[in-house]
Design a protein around this ligand. Sequence first.
Ligand SMILES: Cc1cc2nc3c(=O)[nH]c(=O)nc-3n(C[C@H](O)[C@H](O)[C@H](O)COP(=O)(O)OP(=O)(O)OC[C@H]3O[C@@H](n4cnc5c(N)ncnc54)[C@H](O)[C@@H]3O)c2cc1C
Length: 322
Amino acid sequence: MPPVSRQVAVSQAISSQVPGRIPFSVEFMPPRDDAAEERLWNCAEAFHDLGVSFCSITYGAGGSTQERTLRVASQLAAKPLTTLMHMTLVGHRRDELVELIETFAKEGLSNLLALRGDPPGDPNADWIPTEGGFTHAVELIELVKQTEATQHFDIGIASFPQGHYRAIDLEHDTKYTLEKLRAGAEYSITQMFFDVDDYLRLRDRLAAADPEFGTKPIIPGLMPITSIRGVRRQMELAGCSLPKPLEERLMKAAAGDEVGNAAAVREVGIEITTAMAERLISEGAPDLHFMTMNNVHATQDVLHNLGMAPAWGPDLGHDAVR
Ligand SMILES: Cc1cc2nc3c(=O)[nH]c(=O)nc-3n(C[C@H](O)[C@H](O)[C@H](O)COP(=O)(O)OP(=O)(O)OC[C@H]3O[C@@H](n4cnc5c(N)ncnc54)[C@H](O)[C@@H]3O)c2cc1C
């Protein structure tokens, strides 16, 4: 008998919310040391207080970080916070993947974001599968569904508003995204993007190609902009682009001195992310997923602008958020 999960399924967490209030969720990165772990706990407490629908925790290569990730994820889940484990194929044979997912099941971590991952070191390098491992995320979904201890897992996948950077074209991107949804994924979370039209086009493409599986929830991934350098670095890693008018607004706020005018750049960045969130809400997005980099304030600023959270800061007369 598979263990009974103590976790709410993410697909349920985003579909059973208070009417009129859009849910929001957050992405955390695994802490590398004790100080980073302490910061993550503060962050998790704050988002817990703000009513986050679920938190996800990214997956990186490396033994000690992975052990810490698993321990932190189990503690987050016990909080209780609905916790979504990212998992990739990088560096794992099939038997290691089975061992890992069975460990997640034992810990009650039954929400999984099934990913391939990128070649370690250089995301643009050729993908070479680990000997005895897999090549595509769909194989991980199939493995989870075939493994007795993990059949009950609620699975999410990555989707790409501008298409995955390795996809031949958008038609192939759609085909392989649908393959994962048909294999048992319940929803997708998108790569960060800065043009809401790209998100809407992805939604239309999937729905037109398959009215049954292509209409599963697509959770938009939002990266609150706090600096030009930061957003450029993240876009480079994600293989996406910043629309010219947005870049021009940020450059105008920087007025040739990004460091000296950091506050002005941040203000415009938060305005841009808020405007995207407003449009996504009006377009019926199922949840807003914020890539937090383990910081609360930028996300809370956006939520505050949307009327979904108090403002932060002791000078604002409250201490609801640590
Ligand atoms: C929300 C989100 C979270 C992420 N979290 C992490 C993380 O925690 N850790 C991490 O390392 N990376 C993470 N990534 C990055 C992700 O691992 C990379 O973008 C990776 O390059 C693609 O992963 P995938 O799961 O989409 O792969 P796949 O679905 O395997 O697709 C990879 C490529 O192969 C193509 N393809 C897919 N199936 C087939 C098939 N059957 N035949 C031929 N071609 C196919 C696709 O079109 C695509 O070009 C995340 C991405 C997103 C959007």
